[in-house]
Write a protein that binds this ligand. Sequence first.
Ligand SMILES: [Zn+2]
Length: 329
Amino acid sequence: MKEIKYAYCNECEDLVEFDVIEQNITEQYKGENVKFKFRTGRCRYCGSEVATDVDYNTRRSKAKIKAYKQLKGIIKLDEISEILEKYDIGKEALADIAGFGKVTIKRYYEGFIPAKEYSDRLLEFLNKESSFINAVEISKNKVKPVTYRKITARYERLCEIGNSKTEQIVNYIVTQLEEVTPLALEKLLAFSNGVNYALNGDRMIDEECQAWQHGPVYPVVYNKYKKFGYKPIDDGIHSSHGCMLSKVSQEELKAIDMVLDTFGLYSPKTLETISHKQTPWIEKRRGYGPKEASHEVIDEKAVKVYYIQNKLNSEEQIMKYILECLKRV
Ligand SMILES: [Zn+2]
């Protein structure tokens, strides 16, 4: 039997049954007409709004504030978190570097809304690494030496990513998916490069890809991340703003997203199984035993032909292809 829930209706002055309806709400907030979507509770007798659970009003006001920030172009909390992770700093240090009062950032997390000029300053930090590091140099005497060292180390790493398209693709994949092991990453890179042929016609990853025992591998990338072993890669950066995607085109991002939404759903072992069904890899494994190491370079032309012939240029086709591969185990 379905459980019947009750809420208190102020109009009916009684506990009433209610419906939950997704609604487009427009409300005045800080002098603006703020529009937002919310699943409201409606009294079944008079239609007034009722709080369906204890968190109802908090959720509702969060949805409104988020819409207000969007409307005013004000930085959102998850973007502030992105700054903290990107530059490897704490809330107080960020406030110091930005020239705000010490507790300013902390207060944003408690629900205060940043003023437009403060928000613009933070957005600039998020989107422009050089402007952040300039601010760090200017406020150097305000931050602890250990904080300063951490920030400059991270900044060097960001510059490395800023200069390498492959690193940007790696960082994007690691940031988008919850958990990516080094071996899963190799497969996702190779699949992304392949799908990009089918979708956009060009080679996306310039590094050489080799036919290793467990599937295609970009040795340059592998050597950089092998220290994570069978654990997920986490460099803590978690940002896709600023220089993090400067060398990757929108079309290429589409190819990568398509791979993450399809292949990205499967375990590393399954990805390996799929990679072993692909002819460009099989061709280069000829003459090698199943457990024998090899460093044969996979032929990019063969990859291009393979992905185009298999029409791997839409999510639907890719999902069909994956199921086909797994049927033939
Ligand atoms: Zn009512």
